[in-house]
Design a protein around this ligand. Structure first.
Ligand code: ATP
Length: 360
């Protein structure tokens, strides 16, 4: 089932939660809705589900206008962050529930239900837990059961709202890989909401980046990572340092350093905002004549194989109030070789920058 979302607007009182959202989701796709808290991800998911009505715009399932179709008739399955399993029912009965409440005539026989539930529990690899109650399961197991329950009625669309949000980092990681494998087996058109960029990039076929009720960019994980459409997208996908400067005749003049302007910044004269990831900064001990931004090492944090350096430019200015601290990231091995100490004077220069320009 494909989904077409056309010009969706939604207000809550005076607040515009969604602003002219358009999106095409291919049949069998696994799509991530990614964005900061409050950007409208859940609202959009609820509108697709039929749990919320848009002010204007329309939702189509495989070309058919579904905007006014009741949630029960849309054939969607849900999984939410806070597992909504029935506490007084065993795992088996939780998964069987959607089948048992089907209208007479559509309801499978008891033996068909037993087979279906066992197949589903096998699919989520928890067959051995059929007789347990939700309180006797771990958080990760509950979410897998919630997914089995959502799949029982063979939904055409699966909607997942921060399904792993309440779990610890290790379980989250396992479950998102598992979700990807499960999706590859089932190919149900699926949309999942997350504010975790790593999760979105790792699991989905395409990522939709949302900001303040609008879609900022849609693309494959590789696309949005390599070609972010806006500073917002670049900043949201990972840590960045922001440098102000000017692009002029193929060179980029940043706060204290001139570098070759990347190809996408070949303009004659423009205000430049260079965004540099911490691992794209080169750090050397200060020597007169070295090209780069001279900065003092404030603090180094070594975690496993990585050293994160906090650096304060010697002539730090903060014209628009942004944090003047620069964060660089090098390997812990290189950090030890270089023998940097807090207070050392270093020179920082970008190896690679993503530049956004504003004509002057
Ligand atoms: P989070 O990641 O925190 O869940 P989100 O991106 O899913 O955020 P939404 O839940 O869609 O965001 O909310 C978008 C905005 O709309 C928020 O500012 C929220 O406060 C507001 N909002 C959502 N539902 C309602 C409601 N029923 N009444 C009033 N405002 C609402």
């Amino acid at each position: 089932m494909s989904i077409e979302i056309r010009n969706i607007n939604k207000h809550f009182g005076n607040f515009q939660a969604l602003n002219d959202v358009n999106l095409d989701i291919a049949s069998g796709e696994l799509l991530a809705l990614l964005g900061p808290s409050g950007c409208g991800k859940t609202t959009l998911l609820r509108i697709i589900a039929g749990l919320e009505t848009p002010d204007s715009g329309s939702i189509h399932f495989s070309g058919e206008d579904t905007t006014d179709v009741h949630v029960r008739e849309r054939n969607v399955g849900f999984v939410f962050q806070h597992y909504a399993l029935f506490r007084h029912m065993t795992v088996f009965e939780n998964v069987a529930f959607g089948l048992r409440v089907k209208p007479r005539g559509e309801r499978p026989s008891e033996s068909q239900i037993r087979k279906k539930v066992h197949d589903l529990l096998g699919l989520v690899q928890l067959d051995w837990l059929a007789d347990r109650y939700p309180s006797q399961l771990s958080g990760g197991q509950r979410q897998r059961i919630a997914l089995a329950r959502a799949l029982a009625v063979e939904p055409k669309v699966l909607l997942l709202d921060e399904p792993f949000g309440a779990l610890d980092a290790k379980v989250r990681k396992e479950l998102r890989r598992w979700l990807r494998r499960l999706h590859d087996e089932l190919h149900v058109t699926s949309i999942f909401v997350t504010h975790d960029q790593e999760e979105a990039l790792e699991v989905s076929d395409r990522v939709v980046l949302m900001n303040q009720g609008q879609v900022e960019q849609v693309g494959t994980p590789q696309d949005v990572w390599d070609h972010p459409a806006s500073p917002f997208v670049y900043g949201f996908l990972g840590d960045v340092n922001l440098f102000h400067g000017r692009a002029h005749e193929g060179l980029l003049h940043l706060d204290g350093v001139s570098v070759d302007a990347p190809e996408h910044a070949q303009v004659q004269d423009a205000k430049a905002f260079a965004y540099v990831r911490p691992h794209d900064l080169d750090v050397q001990r200060y020597q007169p004549g070295l090209s780069g931004i001279v900065a003092e090492l404030q603090r180094a944090i070594v975690v496993g194989p990585i050293a994160r350096l906090e650096l304060l430019p010697v002539d730090a200015q903060s014209p628009d109030g942004h944090d003047p601290l620069i964060e660089a990231q090098i390997s812990a091995e290189r950090f030890r070789e270089l023998g940097f100490k807090d207070g050392d004077k270093l020179v920082v220069s970008p190896k690679k920058a993503r530049v956004f320009l504003q004509p002057v």
